[in-house]
Design a binder for this molecule. Structure first.
Ligand code: WTA
Length: 667
């Protein structure tokens, strides 16, 4: 829909009056233990950013202190101006210097189960990590990599991935990590966009018991570009792979002769730390740029507060994301390591060898803080409660979610079946572009409500506005904006200044607001609700409807497991809603009495929950939804299917391509 229409008032509001205060014992020992404390910190961070952020930054090591905390000339921010520091130093070396070298930094678990019935587990201490990153930094230097050179990393979730990423940070070579599920084409596009000459990869990676041939994909990409002159290969799966003499080298061969003497490079706070590509729903991927000092301070603070990390209290933290996504960058590595809490890196799939793998791991490693995505939670719900019930999950203290709105039904399941009604849930809203959490509960302070990401993070000035940039009223849907700069914000799109301004800043240029392009509302408790991307807010017969709320209403029906709702053009109403639904049980025969009755029943249920205007015109049952490899539903594709349009768009990022035809037939 035209974005302007997101400003008129929303007519349907999902009714949710379940509230969960933090457990008293938890609040008593938390970094932020009450709403009053949160409010005071939040106020201070906005009223006195210089003082507030200077104190946060002082938790880190700086080679040279900054002269000014922030310089803001919208849309350009500089943080800790004139200061020099290093992300790897603060993640790794600092812990060794502070006397904690023998503590576990990373707990790595392999996917395959060995003959003795257990998987391989490695504990890397801070000293191990310091030695290995220094050695690999020397390897990179030996291959001619200099400060400022973009290093492409395309690997599975193996320890060498963390080592490679941190080694790049050590020498100031920005990394560009490509998720190991992407194809040769994606590698080629990113290598060319980043002008990168070197790729670090693995022979293969394990995924649900089979080998993904990473090196073959790199070879294929290199056929399409002549930029790459060095490929370093970690031997993991021992699968056969072609070898290009002069270009390819084994990681273990290079490491065998590397020395571990490589001090961390003194980097300017605004030196480029990394590029990470985000696909978005239109156009070519955007190379989001993050710099050194601000990103470091931001990810460390948000990690500490959102997960209430307590280094000396046996905390064990596990984020199930892949390091190929921003969640893995910020909340497996950069934000967690400076907090000196062991971070788990798991190599493989959630249902290998069985649907209880995650819960088995939580019990074995005594995980206290667990962070995953709604798409995973819905899959666990579908697989059944018996899998988590088999394991002792009593170590868990905080449960997190990220990536898309979590439906209240999934939230309640997470709360009951995983958290045993005893763990605060932090529903964290943020983006690749924001570097870290922007809207989230704080587990010791916030009374949570299923489906709401609650409050702005400390340091974040968030608001919901209309098309003139004026704040809308309580429960009115509108455009989410961030009105002040924050340390972890993106610094641009690599090589495309115009697109940067156009995408994020042009809408309210005079006001200097950052526009994430999500729709939201604020309820009467001051809690934020994300309504989905702005183009997912649909005007049906003049009423503004957030597709997210209709989806949540549908999955609160007993027969449904998951739903995606999109709008499509309608002669009379302007737009109508189409719902694509996965059922808990078997699909009824299309057109049968049972099929039609269930569809009617679900439509009526939406009408009852949200109002008649929210009844979908089309209800389609399907076995699966089209998702990108990061688990996001491809709504544009669903819109075309609902409208009966020919599919012309690129479906190469789709996980299962056969699904398009099945969906077309489901009408
Ligand atoms: C969506 C992932 C609702 C949102 C860290 C955002 C969410 C986009 C949430 C960014 C959440 C992420 N509730 N929606 N808790 N978290 N989103 O760049 O639309 O992969 O703009 O970053 O995901 O996705 P990205």
């Amino acid at each position: 829909m035209p974005q302007d229409q997101a400003s008129s008032s929303i007519e349907s509001v999902l009714h949710e009056d379940r509230h969960f205060p933090p457990p008293a014992g938890f609040a008593a020992q938390a970094h932020v233990g009450s709403m009053e404390q949160y409010e005071a910190l939040h106020q201070r961070s906005l009223n006195d950013p210089e003082g507030f952020w200077a104190e946060e930054a002082e938790r880190h090591h700086w080679f040279k202190p900054w002269e000014k905390v922030v310089e803001w000339d919208a849309p350009d921010a500089k943080w800790f101006v004139g200061g020099t520091t290093n992300l790897c130093y603060n993640a790794v070396d600092k812990q060794v210097a502070d006397g904690f070298g023998s503590q576990t930094a990373i707990i790595w678990e392999a996917e395959p189960i060995d003959a003795d019935g257990t998987p391989q587990v490695l504990h890397l201490t801070y000293s191990d990590l310091m030695r290995e990153t220094a050695k690999f930094a020397n390897v990179l230097k030996g291959q001619g990599v200099k400060k400022g050179d973009v290093v492409t990393i395309y690997m599975g979730m193996v320890p060498e991935l963390a080592i490679a990423v941190l080694a790049c940070a050590r020498i100031g070579a920005p990394h560009s990590v490509i998720f190991g599920g992407f194809s040769a084409q994606a590698i080629k596009d990113r290598v060319e966009d980043g002008r990168s000459n070197i790729i670090i990869t693995c022979d293969g990676s394990w995924r649900r018991g089979s080998v993904v041939p990473l090196k073959d994909n790199v070879d294929e990409a290199c056929k399409q570009t002549d930029l790459v002159d060095t490929v370093i290969v970690v031997k993991r799966c021992e699968n056969d792979t072609a070898w290009t003499e002069g270009r390819d080298a084994w990681y273990h061969d290079l490491m065998a002769t590397a020395t571990d003497d490589c001090p961390c490079e003194e980097l300017d706070s605004e030196d480029l730390a990394f590029i990470l590509y985000t696909s978005g729903s239109t156009g070519k991927p955007k190379g989001i740029m993050h710099t050194t000092g601000g990103y470091m301070v931001w990810t460390a603070m948000t990690s500490r507060l959102t997960f209430d990390l307590q280094p000396d209290e046996d905390d064990v933290y596990w984020c199930t994301a892949d390091i190929g996504w921003i969640t893995g960058h910020s909340y497996i590595l950069y934000g967690i390591l400076p907090n000196r809490v062991p971070t788990i890196m798991y190599e493989g799939g959630p249902n290998y060898p069985g649907a209880d793998r995650f819960w088995d791991m939580v019990a074995r490693h005594k995980v206290t803080k667990f962070y995953t995505a709604p798409t995973a939670i819905r899959a666990f719900m579908k697989w059944g409660d018996e899998h988590p019930r088999k394991h002792d999950l009593s170590s868990l203290k905080v449960l997190g979610t990220v990536g898309e709105p979590i439906n209240p039904e999934a939230w309640m399941w997470y709360h009951k079946v995983i958290g045993h009604e005893n763990c605060p849930i932090v529903d964290t809203w943020w983006q690749t572009e924001t570097g870290g959490h922007m809207l989230t509960p704080l587990p010791g302070a916030t009374t949570t409500t299923p489906g709401s990401c609650c409050r702005p993070m400390i340091g974040v000035d968030a608001a919901v506005v209309n098309s003139d940039g004026e704040p809308v009223g309580t429960n009115e849907g509108g455009i989410l904006v961030i009105r002040k700069p924050w340390p972890g914000m993106l610094r641009g799109i690599y090589g495309d200044r115009d697109r940067y301004i156009d995408t994020y800043w042009s809408r309210f240029q005079d006001k200097g607001y950052y526009v994430p392009a999500d729709g939201a509302r604020v309820d009467d408790n001051g809690n934020f609700w994300i309504m989905g991307r702005i183009d997912d807010v649909i005007v049906v017969a003049g009423h503004n409807i957030g597709t997210m709320e209709v989806e949540s209403a549908i999955v609160s029906h007993e027969a449904t497991a998951e739903a995606a709702v999109v709008g499509y053009p309608h002669d009379v109403k302007g737009n109508a809603l189409a719902a694509f639904i996965i059922l808990k049980g078997d699909l009824p025969t299309p057109g049968s009495e049972e099929d039609l009755a269930l569809k009617k029943n679900i439509r009526d249920h939406c009408g009852k929950e949200l109002g008649p205007i929210c009844k979908p015109d089309q209800v389609r049952f399907t076995e699966a939804l089209p998702k990108t490899r990061s688990g996001k539903i491809m709504r544009r594709l669903l819109r075309d299917i609902a409208a009966g349009n020919e599919i012309t768009q690129d479906v190469t990022t789709l996980e299962d391509k056969s699904i398009v035809e099945k969906l077309q037939a489901s009408g």
